[in-house]
Design a protein around this ligand. Sequence first.
Ligand code: NDP
Length: 277
Amino acid sequence: MTSATLPSGTMVPSLGLGTWKMGENARTADQEVESLKRGLDLGMTLIDTAEMYGEGGSEIITGKAIEGRRDDVFLISKVYPYNASYQGVIDACKRSLKRLRTDRLDLYLLHWRGEYDLEETVAGFEELRKAGKIREWGVSNFDVEDMEELMEVPDGGNCAANQVLYNLSRRGIEYDLLPWCQERGIPVMAYSPIEQGRILRNTELIRIAKAYQATPAQLALAFVMRSQNTIAIPKSSDPHRVEENAGAIGLEISSEDWAALDAAFPAPSRKQPLEML
Ligand code: NDP
């Protein structure tokens, strides 16, 4: 497994597991737990959840999947912006820990920017860190301007990661946000790394993947992980697809084929506002 490094020096796998849409339906719960467990078995030991997903349901599924192996997992959850006051962050974290049936998060993210001052949210995160409830904190859906503002608030420089939309069809961050984070050693965690499946029918992606006996999803994930210090968190509730996604590790693509993929999915030539899903 290749890895990314947080500013603290903590190393995490470059390929993890998303959980959006999990925990919404009792009938599919067992399969969702199985899928996450399969991913953990295959070394995808970073799990991304949020209090928003299934209004806590996804955290419950995640809690079941990590039972008995908590220490092997890098566990991430996120706080709703409207819970991101100083006390709100502390209370939301407590509820998340309960659903996850654990005593700490490895990384706690502000899901997106909302009404509260960053200073207040960061103070809440720092309090949680001192109390041992979270190891590190970070942000999500922050563009360069937001990151610069964050760096100005007390302890803002402790931000450990920025989780943003990034995949072959959404390359805007390569123009500014990705290099900005790389220069500061802050990993970019790419959400929707296969564009929720929408890019998988692209004929060029299919053609190039075939040449490596790989699948379009594997090539799309390899693309995201190709940049320095990026982490991809594909979600699948199907253990077979999780196995497929794990196969993106170690896929070596020639510079000619990367160039062909660049032609099909061009890199940005000017600033694009950060997109969100
Ligand atoms: P992804 O790009 O990971 O795509 C997930 C979709 O693709 C699901 O419908 C899944 O279906 C399908 N899929 C997965 N693997 C394959 C495969 N090998 N072949 C074909 N289809 C496949 O999208 P997400 O939006 O879920 O993003 C990943 C994670 O990022 C989320 O789950 C969440 O944890 C995080 N996220 C964070 C956001 C934020 O604002 N911070 C916003 C959005 C996502 P199935 O399950 O049936 O296999």
